[in-house]
Design a protein around this ligand. Sequence first.
Ligand SMILES: [Fe+2]
Ligand SMILES: [Fe+2]
Length: 353
Amino acid sequence: MDFGLIEFFKCKIRNPKLKIKKILHFGIPTFQYTNWGKAPNLLITRIKIVADYIEAKKSRLKYYQKIPLYYQTKERKLVLYKPAGKTIEEVRLEKELVPGKLYIKQEDKIKAIQVIQKVFNRQLSEDVRSNNPDKVKETLVNIVQETLAEPRSGSLEGVSETVNILINEYTKDSDVIKNLLIVSKQDYSTVIHSINVMAIVLGYANFIDCSLYDKKILGLSALLHDVGKTKIDTALLTAPRKLTDEEFNEIKQHTIRGHDILSRCNFRYKEIATTALQHHEKLDGSGYPYGITNIEQTAQIVGFIDCYEALTNDDRPYRNAMSPLKTLKLIKQDVQSDKFSRNIFETFAYSLL
Ligand SMILES: [Fe+2]
Ligand SMILES: [Fe+2]
């Protein structure tokens, strides 16, 4: 049972002794109520309403033609506002002639995400064609954020189209991907990191001139390699200090959790789930989660570029970003100790020239 930040504070004010646990969705704070037994009845009803329905974002209402929307009465009952198949007229939205808050049923959540993914993917094609790198990145962040807020079968597959658009446009104009990396890196998060890794991986794929099929596998595997982090405490992921062994062991679990999530999705390529599992493995067996040495090629490429991207960006507040050259020098030590493939290292270094 999940609920949002405002609900969290309301509950705390009414009953400070309630135990409420913060859980993690890519930068979006969500809370779980952990001691049902002690909750006053009124509060249970209130939370249940919020749990069965989710608030719809105002900016997205016009797209929810296929999704029934609900509003809350003074008696706190949720009542149908518009059925599936009806659109809220733009003029009503502009003049704010709709209830302050509208809700979507939990069971329609995946359908609502798919609607938004389609809208944003269309937007992405337009942004790419209009040659506006800031807008392309903004739309990509929106797509990935929307998708990773509900990381499961039905929503994750929607980014296949996103990667298709980027690959198709990239074959026409290689600057599309290069520009993705130039735009500002503010608010560095797993979403931005995943997009950056995908952009660098697609640049690498283009340099080695692999097939369209392989580019799709590489692009999707890169974009979703850290999906398991949605199941790790955000506070741990962004801790401005060195982690304890126990905390680091928890973070390591993102590989296994990512593999679990992606194995349950309907992707045509098994490499996507395998990459989530193996991208922190090293060829000398010193990696995690299992210390294996026979790592799939896609996982090796994504793992290498993942490491490069994290070092060239400020992924943790206590660390400083490094220049590409310094990063390559540092990674070279890992190549010499047989952690990374020499072939991937050399090809990647040439691709940067
Ligand atoms: Fe990772
Ligand atoms: Fe990563």
